[in-house]
Design a protein around this ligand. Sequence first.
Ligand SMILES: Cc1cc2nc3c(=O)[nH]c(=O)nc-3n(C[C@H](O)[C@H](O)[C@H](O)COP(=O)(O)O)c2cc1C
Length: 269
Amino acid sequence: MDLKKSLFNSRYFHENSKLFPRTHQEEYIKNYPILTERPKFKCIKEYDFFQSTNLLDEIDFYQTLRKRRTSRSFEVRSVIAYEKLKSILTNSYGITKENEKLRSVPSGGARFPIYIYIFIFNVSELEKGIYIYIPEENKLGLLYIGDFRDKISNCIARPYKNEVEKCSFITVSVSNFLHSCEKYGERGYRLALLDCGHISQNLYLTSTAEKISCRALAGFYDNKLNELLLLNEDFEEAILVHLFGIEQESLGSQFDMEENNYYYGENNK
Ligand SMILES: Cc1cc2nc3c(=O)[nH]c(=O)nc-3n(C[C@H](O)[C@H](O)[C@H](O)COP(=O)(O)O)c2cc1C
């Protein structure tokens, strides 16, 4: 098979995204404020993330970069401290410059088209369910109560189901393409995917700093996952999944596990 010729669809997509080449051309670009109308999520319960403890302050950035690895195999359903989840979310995607509503990731045109949904299975203080992180208010909103492990496992490609079975929580990065495309036309599609990549790296780095293992997963059934999250089929798409848990010690974790016990204590089963 000639790979170059068979990649027709992605080439076609990329060519279309070239239609609006100059991101600063008056006719195309309206002066949108950083945060325009955002969907309000109907949360059953909201958790304030203010005064989140910030373990990252004590951790060396370059060491964290060097330690970052994709998880190979999680321990079975370890309980992860709520404070750690808080730290991972607020440091990965939280507002870092309040008056301008800028965040810890760069974003093309400051459109911030990505929303982070979280499937909670084994996190202290949180009931099982599907949540959404709301950076503008620094809150975690509970959308649906229940154990959705089987439901999300059904959306994930077979080789990864075993890890889904064992992990402690899962994030799904969802793009609302309208946020970037209303400003940049077809080119906005590219920018939204790049935003997802920035967030992914932050999720990896913050979890590394918190001694939690992470595994990005592109191997999922898009439509099934979109349906599970009740996304708007015209402009919302699940882009990337991340599984989080504690790495199996026998495989040689990148973390000092003795130090890890300090964080999880006796609570970790
Ligand atoms: C966008 C993206 C998608 C990925 N999808 C998968 C996946 O579907 N399955 C998987 O096992 N790993 C996946 N990974 C993890 C990569 O396999 C991993 O990053 C790579 O092997 C390098 O290893 P390292 O992260 O430990 O440095 C993905 C990583 C990225 C950035």
